[in-house]
Ligand binder design. Structure first.
Ligand code: AVJ
Length: 322
């Protein structure tokens, strides 16, 4: 096993301060909202893994099939020596890229970045055993705030997969791409996964599955708040809703109070009321048109070099150069 490095830019204390700020701002806003990053405690991450296996949730398997078909072309086209993966999680799809890079022969180093130190350590232990010649350099951090601390390489390719960029609102998305562009050297690359705009019913079903796993995932954010902020959300009093916002072209996940609810968040010294029927947005998941992907990348001064899409045009992988 090669010695693996792990940089920690996000401590438990930082995460706790961010959670408090996000929740106070979100629950006192009109309408109320919560950012999706707080879904992912151990239970939330496990629920997301289960979502990826649901028949209705097509994005993960579509992107995986796309990577399976295109990984060799991506590796050859990029010629990268360092693969950086933002939000790497379990690094499940990464193996397709790592194997392709191994065949292409250019890759020296893999830099997985994730907010979860536990997930990162677990993924790195497995990868160290599977890819003994690969240098591993993990980074515990948030992809929106620690891009400038990514290790430098001669020719890096930054992969941001899963369609997670769709969780950012347009302003945040533009800021993220500009920040990323600013830390890359000319010639370094971005591999971006984006869900595409498709039929509304297929989209809505992907975010409102018949087994109710997504509903449980959505409500999980309330359990996180109950534990971390000593709150008393009656979790069963909130229903899951997924709505396609046709103007913005994104799915909105909401939690709907099914009765009047008063919640105390002891750690925040805050009390909030939900009226019966009140809806709180917990996630947006934007879908894109190919022209929109091109435009947002061009706006951040990236040049698109190649695009791969699945046969049904549900998902795109875009390779762009800084
Ligand atoms: C992990 C952000 C890509 O937006 O599709 C899955 C999260 N939310 N079902 C997505 C999610 C509801 C997922 N991403």
């Amino acid at each position: 096993m090669s010695p693996a490095l792990l940089d920690i830019h996000l401590t438990d204390g930082d995460a706790d301060a961010a959670l408090r700020a996000d929740v106070r701002a979100g629950l006192t806003a009109i309408p109320k909202q919560l950012p999706p990053k707080w879904f992912y405690d151990a239970r939330g991450s496990e629920l997301f893994e289960r979502i990826t296996e649901l028949p209705e949730y097509y994005p993960t398997r579509t992107e995986r099939a796309l990577l399976d078909h295109s990984a060799d072309e991506i590796a050859v086209a990029s010629g990268a020596d360092t693969l950086v993966e933002l939000g790497s999680g379990s690094s499940a799809k990464t193996r397709l890229l790592l194997d392709a890079f191994a065949r292409a022969g250019s890759l020296r180093r893999y830099v997985p970045q994730d907010v979860s130190e536990a997930a990162l350590r677990q993924a790195m232990d497995a990868l160290a055993a599977e890819y003994p010649k690969l240098e591993l350099h993990g980074v515990v951090g948030d992809f929106t705030s620690h891009l400038d601390r990514l290790p430098r390489g001669d020719r890096r390719m930054v992969a941001f997969l899963g369609g997670t960029i769709g969780n950012l609102r347009p302003v945040e998305r533009a800021a993220f791409l500009h920040q990323l562009r600013a830390v890359l050297q000319p010639g370094e690359q971005l591999l971006l996964g984006t869900g595409l705009v498709i039929e509304e019913d297929v989209l809505v079903r992907a975010y409102d599955d018949s087994a109710g796993v997504t509903a449980d995932f959505n409500r999980n954010v309330l359990r996180v708040l109950n534990r971390e902020l000593r709150a008393d959300f009656p979790v069963e009093a909130f229903a899951h809703r997924a709505v396609w916002n046709a103007d913005e072209e994104w799915i909105e996940m909401r939690l709907v109070a099914e009765r009047d609810v008063t919640v105390t968040l002891t750690e925040l010294d805050l009390q909030v009321r939900f009226a019966k029927g009140e809806e709180m947005c917990t996630e947006i998941s934007a879908k894109f048109r190919p022209s929109g992907v091109r435009a947002m990348l061009a706006d951040a001064d990236f040049t698109v070099t190649r695009v791969w899409t699945d046969p049904e045009d549900r998902f795109a992988l875009t390779l762009a150069t800084a």
